[in-house]
Write a protein that binds this ligand. Structure first.
Ligand SMILES: Nc1ncnc2c1ncn2[C@@H]1O[C@H](COP(=O)(O)OP(=O)(O)OP(=O)(O)O)[C@@H](O)[C@H]1O
Ligand SMILES: [Mg+2]
Length: 450
């Protein structure tokens, strides 16, 4: 019934309807279709960042807490444009609207907001917020009278049953940049902060993550069998191991680990693809997304079945690089402009997206940083100039999300001997050494924690 009205409203909108028309005619009916009534909608919601107001904030009323009165704890923000604004993906106006929405979602009065929508009634895109991360939860879709119901259903089912976990692939196809070390120490840090964390060793040829935690496999085909099984919300025996560490104060910190096993390495690329497809890892992980806050996937330094599967299963990709290794920077660019779009084409839901790169494990002098910036500039210029596939890498190289940070800010995780040495003791460095902990805490805060 409500959908029928929404369709009529859409058909009645003039082709050039301005924002005020779209706002007064389309938005109330659209929010109603999503399940929100007028008392659950606050127009011009003050986000708390200066004079910034988002066009609409919505949240279900809870007993006497009527959102339009209390205006507290919004759940979904909607940034509206008129039809005169082009919101098709990659238009300049689309990009600036997305950054506007991100800014609103991360502002102080929007802490509770988990979803954001941009729309002008011609196009619409849903974004999800997890901690500090805002990532697309759908593609930017073109709305037509025919697909309108379907779009409402997709958005409604996502926002009504939100997933708990953020899934992160740690990846660079350049080897030795710190993927495994980052996975282990970031997981250990998030677990120490009380988050439920699962990590997966999806580099069966090296199994560095499995070895660095001294996990003794029960058999050599558990991961294989899990991948081969029907998706289910409980692990078959032998797939998941709980890593526990007794801290000095007497508290035990735990996180879950899926180690790698040999059987997967015996199949070869063609056979792997025949048996599983790169979407299979995502399918078996999905049922666990309600049990964890973070799922981190360590991947191998190449672009083959395992790393493709890891990216396919993830919301975002965290890319370690080395400022003094041009190949690690060039490879990061390839991951961002080529590999990730490949997986986006396959998934068709807007994911995964790259987080801005970081420098790992090398000390940086001022002169070395200037050299790195020159190399990055050159890579950025080349990617922009590419005639068939022009791509702006700037937001993926330089974090722009904070005004407090300098223009070309790139997070740096320092080189520290204890971090390298911890692999020998089979305990994450962050549990043994406060400096190492502080380094990874800074990483967790930079990217993930709100
Ligand atoms: N911040 C750091 N400080 C000191 N050493 C580090 C740091 N980060 C990583 N290392 C060391 O660098 C080496 C490579 O790290 P790691 O194995 O994590 O890289 P990787 O990207 O997973 O490698 P591969 O591509 O082979 O999987 C290891 O010896 C590790 O201990
Ligand atoms: Mg590794």
């Amino acid at each position: 019934m409500e959908y029928y009205q929404l369709k009529q409203v859409l058909l009645s909108l003039p082709a050039n309807a301005q924002e005020s028309i779209v706002g007064s005619i389309f938005v109330p009916e659209f929010l109603k279709a999503l399940g929100y009534d007028i008392t659950e909608t606050v127009p011009q919601f003050a986000t708390g960042s200066g004079a910034d107001t988002v066009d609409y904030a919505v949240r279900k009323n809870i007993d006497n807490d009527v959102f339009i009165n209390t205006k507290s704890s919004p759940y979904l923000l909607l940034e509206l444009k008129g039809r005169d604004i082009n919101l098709s993906e990659n238009s300049t106006q689309y990009k600036s609207t997305v950054s506007q929405l991100k800014r609103y979602l991360l502002a102080s009065n929007s802490k509770s907001a988990q979803w954001g929508i941009i729309t002008n009634s011609n196009h619409i895109q849903l974004f999800r917020k997890h901690g500090k991360v805002v990532h697309p939860s759908s593609r930017c879709l073109e709305i037509t009278p025919d697909n309108l119901y379907e779009i409402v259903e997709i958005i409604k089912s996502k926002i009504d049953t939100p997933q708990r976990a953020l899934t992160v692939a740690i990846y660079n196809n350049k080897g030795g940049v710190g993927k495994t070390t980052t996975t282990v120490n970031l997981a250990a840090t998030l677990a120490f902060l009380g988050k439920r964390v699962l990590i997966l060793d999806f580099d069966p040829n090296q199994q560095d993550l499995t070895n660095s935690l001294d996990i003794k496999l029960l058999n050599e085909d558990a991961l294989y069998s899990w991948l081969d099984s029907k998706p289910s919300p409980s692990f078959p025996s032998g797939v998941m191991f709980r890593f526990s560490y007794l801290m000095k104060g007497g508290n035990t910190v735990t996180f879950d680990v899926i180690p790698s096993d040999k059987k997967l390495t015996e199949l070869g690329q063609d056979k792997l693809r025949q048996v599983f497809r790169v979407t299979k890892l995502k399918q078996v992980i999905d049922p666990f997304k309600s049990a964890y806050d973070y799922i981190l996937i360590d991947s191998p330094p190449n672009w083959m079945f395992f790393s493709q599967s890891a990216l396919c299963a993830s919301d975002v990709v965290l890319i370690p690089t080395k400022h003094n290794n041009i190949f690690s920077l060039q490879n990061a660019a390839i991951v961002i402009k080529q590999f990730i779009p490949e997986i986006q084409d396959l998934r068709k839901d807007g994911g995964p997206v790259a987080l801005p790169i970081f420098f790992n494990g090398e000390s940086i002098t001022q002169a070395a940083r200037v050299t790195a910036d020159q190399a990055l500039d050159e890579i950025i210029q080349q990617a922009i100039k590419n005639k068939t596939n022009s791509f702006d890498l700037t937001p993926y190289f330089y974090s722009l999300h904070s005004k407090a940070k300098p223009n070309r800010y790139i997070f740096n995780l320092p080189s520290y001997a204890h971090i390298a040495g911890a692999a020998f003791t089979r305990i994450p460095s962050v549990y043994k050494n406060i400096t190492a902990y502080n380094y990874y805490l800074a990483l967790a805060k930079e990217y993930f924690l709100q």
